[in-house]
Design a protein around this ligand. Structure first.
Ligand SMILES: Nc1nc2c(ncn2[C@@H]2O[C@H](COP(=O)(O)OP(=O)(O)OP(=O)(O)O)[C@@H](O)[C@H]2O)c(=O)[nH]1
Length: 538
């Protein structure tokens, strides 16, 4: 008996021992491994809220290098600057349906270190994350996201120079950082954007840049300088480098503790700071840190100091040559992404009311249709075309009582309704007919309005109409008459989505709501729930 056969035998015998009710001795092949059948809801639940931690790539370290020759024994500095770290970018793409493909922690690449002969380190690669159309960004920590032009990262200039000698530049985007208050606005911007603050900005608490965000530990970098022998006798050209020799000194010094104290904040979310609504739209959520300066640029930077000021004297404490050479950490941000579909018309209704079938009849969309509840797990979008313009229709997953308390798909679809201009309440005329145990259409409407209002007050306060679906079913005509009797204030369209009957009239009705010719709203006052009905069979 081979080893694997022994293992199988042991497993089988153990299984038999654990199951005393089994009288028959099962051979291994008799044991059927049944795959548990998952409900469709469990299989592909839509993720429309997701928390991410984004971190821009750290800047590469500057290089310290001296180039000597037989004609120049003392040598000249020729260390290149470190490359800028990559950005974390969110890109809007219609190819993505929900936020399930995302990861919680997203890091862009670090910039390359500079090298001798004034060679600049490579720019760290951006991390581009695709998110669906209609993604709204809420900010928990970090800097506000900033929009970028519609261009792919490959088109970005790979030789984009880090701050280098332009240390007084203030052209960087003026992003505000609401959650953390520090001594000056300028320092605050620099701290979170991962850029090197200008000399003026650095004056008081320059070392704080080492704790660029509350997520960073107070890790301090210092450059171990290369040792140069100026009286070297070798007549050939040679170079000595100490590129990227960085030491991480763990443990917190006094300044680190100060930083942490300063940044202690309770979580405070800024809602709706940005949204991605168009294909290709890009937003930078975490910026890469600037690269450190090579010793060539450091020399130039010191020459740019105001006359009379000595570079070393002025900033020796906090902003010395060593720290200039270290790449700055990338900025960090904690965000909550939320998906809210954008559509002109939202089809709202109970499960199985026929919303998906109706969307298919109104547009060329082909959503999945099933005779079980919650066939639709994510909003399906379709285009409703008129001869002169077109509208977007969203089939929003079925709503049940208690959805505002997150029952059923709950908030997963309620938030999608927020971004529709017009509501079409789809009711099933046949829900309570004969043996069907559903609820009558007027009660369906009452529940729908209640759920929307419980979720967010005023959500139903937008132009609406009622689609009385399944008019083709036996007895549905009478229910429709009763419905018209009980519901007032909104137009009601009898429709058979399956047979596409009544669809042209419905299209005209929707058009009038969108154009503003009609602005009826469905309100609870307009629904009569209890009255003597002639339809005892319901
Ligand atoms: N007789 C009849 N049946 C219809 C009509 N419209 C839809 N149905 C049927 O009703 C069932 C549910 O249709 P769907 O379009 O999946 O309903 P839904 O409202 O999208 O359902 P959820 O995805 O659960 O929200 C399917 O079996 C359809 O064939 C109609 O006009 N007449």
């Amino acid at each position: 008996m081979s080893f694997s056969q022994k293992v199988l035998y042991l497993k089988t015998s153990q299984r038999c021992l654990r199951s005393p009710w089994l009288t028959k001795t099962y051979s291994f092949s008799d044991i059927v491994h049944k795959k548990t059948k998952l409900a469709p809801l469990q299989e592909r639940r839509m993720i429309d809220r997701f928390r991410i931690w984004a971190k821009g790539g750290d800047g590469g370290n500057g290089c310290t290098s001296i180039r000597r020759s037989r004609h120049d024994r003392r040598g000249k500095p020729d260390g290149g600057n470190g490359g800028r770290g990559g950005d974390v970018i969110l890109e809007c793409s219609p190819a993505v349906w929900d936020l399930s493909g995302l990861q919680h922690h997203i890091n862009a690449k670090r910039g390359g270190s500079g090298s001798s002969k004034n060679m600049i380190g490579s720019r760290g690669a951006d991390k581009v994350i695709l998110v669906p159309v209609g993604t709204v960004i809420h900010l928990v920590e970090g800097e506000l996201p900033s929009a970028v032009e519609k261009s792919s990262s490959s088109e970005l200039d790979p030789w984009e120079l880090p701050g280098t000698v332009d240390i007084e530049s203030s052209e960087f985007s003026t992003l505000s950082v609401p959650a953390y208050q520090t001594s000056s606005e300028a320092e605050k911007k620099a701290k979170f954007s991962g850029r090197r603050p200008s000399a003026g900005e650095e004056s008081t608490t320059a070392r704080r840049r080492n704790c660029a965000s509350p997520i960073n530990s107070g890790t301090k970098h210092s450059l171990s300088r290369g040792k140069f022998e100026s009286d070297h006798d070798d007549l050939s050209n040679w170079e000595e480098e100490s590129c990227g020799q960085m030491e991480d000194q763990d443990g917190e010094d006094a300044m680190g503790t100060e930083c942490e104290d300063e940044l202690e904040e309770t979580e405070h979310i800024e809602y709706d700071v940005a949204e991605l609504t168009e294909q290709g739209q890009r937003i930078v959520v975490a910026r890469g840190g600037e690269g450190g300066l090579g010793n060539l640029s450091k020399g130039k930077a010191s020459k740019m100091m105001p006359k009379g000021a000595n570079f070393d004297d002025e900033v020796s404490d906090d902003y010395d040559h060593a720290s200039l050479g270290a790449g700055l950490p990338g900025s960090e941000a904690v965000l909550v992404l939320e998906l809210k579909s954008i559509a002109d018309i939202g089809l709202v209704g109970m499960p199985n009311a026929g919303k998906s079938t109706l969307l298919g009849a109104l547009s060329k969309a082909k959503p999945s249709v099933g005779d079980y509840a919650f066939t639709t797990l994510r909003p399906n979008l379709g285009n409703l075309n008129y001869f002169d313009f077109s509208l977007t229709v969203a089939d929003i997953p079925g709503l049940i009582r208690g959805a505002h308390e997150n029952r059923g798909l709950g908030h997963a679809f309620l938030r999608h309704i927020e971004r529709t201009k017009v509501l079409a309440y789809v009711v099933d005329l046949a829900a309570a007919l004969g043996d069907n145990k559903g609820i009558p259409p007027w009660e369906q409407l009452n529940d729908l309005v209640l759920e929307l209002e419980y979720y967010r007050e005023g959500l139903t306060d937008r132009p609406s109409l009622v689609v009385a679906n399944k008019i083709d079913e036996d007895g549905a005509e009478e229910v429709y008459k009763e419905l018209k009797h009980r519901v007032s204030g909104v137009p009601i369209f009898p429709v058979s989505a399956v047979l596409e009957e009544g669809v042209p009239e419905l299209k005209d009705g929707l058009r009038m709501l969108i154009s503003g010719e009609q602005s009826n709203r469905l309100q609870l006052d307009g629904i009569v729930l209890h009255q003597d009905s002639a339809f005892v069979s319901i």
